[in-house]
Design a protein around this ligand. Structure first.
Ligand code: HSE
Length: 299
């Protein structure tokens, strides 16, 4: 097998009210350069010693599981991981490893996974289609799990909107960010979110961007998670003051994402400053929406 270069985009799940439902792919990529090998060899750029441990490397674990699923013996793999997506920040870095592992395993069999096959493997590692789907298929996607099946649909995303993502200098695991969520919520809060996530989709489709500010408000996860994000309210305020259309936590955090048509640098610097005020370094990235999803290139 020639070397494969698998490019998987970053994702931002939830977008405020669409908790565990919406996710969007962004033009920032992790790359996995994969070759057949008789043992496991892993190189990471920049260096992540933990990822170079074969027992802990998520891509390798997923590839092994995919080979087993397809009835193939796993002999080893040589993989170079180019890690451009900040790790444990709510930008879907784990989803990139899962998607790449599945695609590499299927590619070796000259096949592409069906939706059922993909989710059967992927959910063993991460049960969130709101990250997995945009990482695989690109674009803005709404997804739900009903019984054994995952249903999803792409939503046209306006080309004139970009994402300003602020990356604070601290990691936050999804596990920790989910552990602060309550078991039950009130019907009032459920209705609050249903109203806003519907408004969000309609506002994008009809280009009624002035609705996005309200449409990205949330009562299901952010009120609980914000205790883990110092100066959360100020970051949101600064983004809106500087011209963002709407702002939310990115996935389970710690990044925050603002959608905007202009003033990208102003919005980014404002959000960074809000983190700096509580002695947290941060940087911002201006990203476009990736519509293509994962790509396999032959080296
Ligand atoms: N929807 C998930 C969450 C995304 O917010 O916990 C994390 O993978």
């Amino acid at each position: 097998m020639k070397a494969l270069r698998i490019k998987v985009p970053a994702t931002s799940a939830n977008l405020g009210a669409g908790f565990d439902t919406l996710g969007i792919a962004l033009n920032l990529y992790n790359e996995f350069i994969v070759e057949e090998n008789d043992s496991i060899e892993i190189e990471t750029y920049p260096k992540f010693p933990e990822f170079e441990n074969p027992d802990k490397n998520l891509f390798v674990k997923v590839l092994k599981t995919t080979c087993q699923f397809l009835g193939n013996e796993f002999h080893g793999v040589k993989v170079k991981q180019i890690i451009n997506i900040p790790v444990s920040r709510g930008l879907g870095s784990s989803a990139t490893a899962i998607v790449a592992g599945i695609l590499a395993g299927f590619y070796a069999n000259k096949k592409q996974p069906t939706d059922k096959e993909f989710f059967k493997i992927a959910y063993q590692f991460e049960p969130h289609p709101d990250n997995l789907l945009p990482a695989w298929k690109g674009g803005l996607i709404t997804a739900c799990i009903e019984g054994e099946n995952t249903y999803y649909s792409k939503i046209p995303f306006p080309k004139d909107i970009k994402a300003v993502v602020v990356v604070p200098d601290f990691e936050l695991s999804t596990e920790k960010a989910r552990s602060v969520l309550p078991e039950n919520i009130s019907i009032k809060d459920a209705v609050y979110n249903i109203q806003r996530v519907s408004l969000f989709i309609s506002a994008l489709v009809n280009k009624n961007y002035e609705l996005l500010k309200i449409a990205m408000n949330d009562k299901l996860h952010q009120p609980y998670r914000k205790q883990l994000i110092p100066n959360f309210d100020k970051v949101i305020k600064r983004a809106l003051e500087n011209g963002a259309l709407g702002v939310s936590l990115s996935g389970a955090g710690s990044c925050m994402i603002a959608l905007a048509k202009e003033n990208f640098d102003k919005i980014g610097s404002g959000m960074v400053k809000a983190f700096n005020e509580v002695n947290i370094s941060a940087e911002y990235k201006i990203l476009e929406i990736n519509e293509e999803g994962s790509k396999i290139l032959i080296e």
